[in-house]
Design a protein around this ligand. Sequence first.
Ligand code: DGP
Length: 114
Amino acid sequence: MSDTIFGKIVDGEIPADIVYEDADLIAFRDLHPQAPTHILVIPRKPIPTLNDAATEDAELLGKLLLAVAKIAAQEGLAEQGYRTVINCNAGAGQTVYHLHLHLIGGRPLQWPPG
Ligand code: DGP
């Protein structure tokens, strides 16, 4: 499914700095990092936004969160902390309409976010 840039990454049509992948998901470094560690975790299944996730996707959504924690540990962020963000629709800053979880860390993170 290559309807978005992330679909093309899933299909291997464009390169990405992949840090983890399995049968359900791929994680790769963000092209425009907002912190020393900025990784995107995406399902292989092309769900456009969190609004489009269905009950049948519940296990997949859980796997995405568990992957974030695994990758955070891999990146040495488990103890110091990190942030996971899902931007849903344009008002929240979503620009790529293939569901993705941002994993951000490696610097102090302010709250509330902008
Ligand atoms: P969002 O604003 O939540 O839709 O985040 C999209 C992110 O995707 C943004 O931080 C920049 C990143 N991005 C956009 N195009 C590419 C790409 O081709 N490769 C990679 N690795 N990241 C991309």
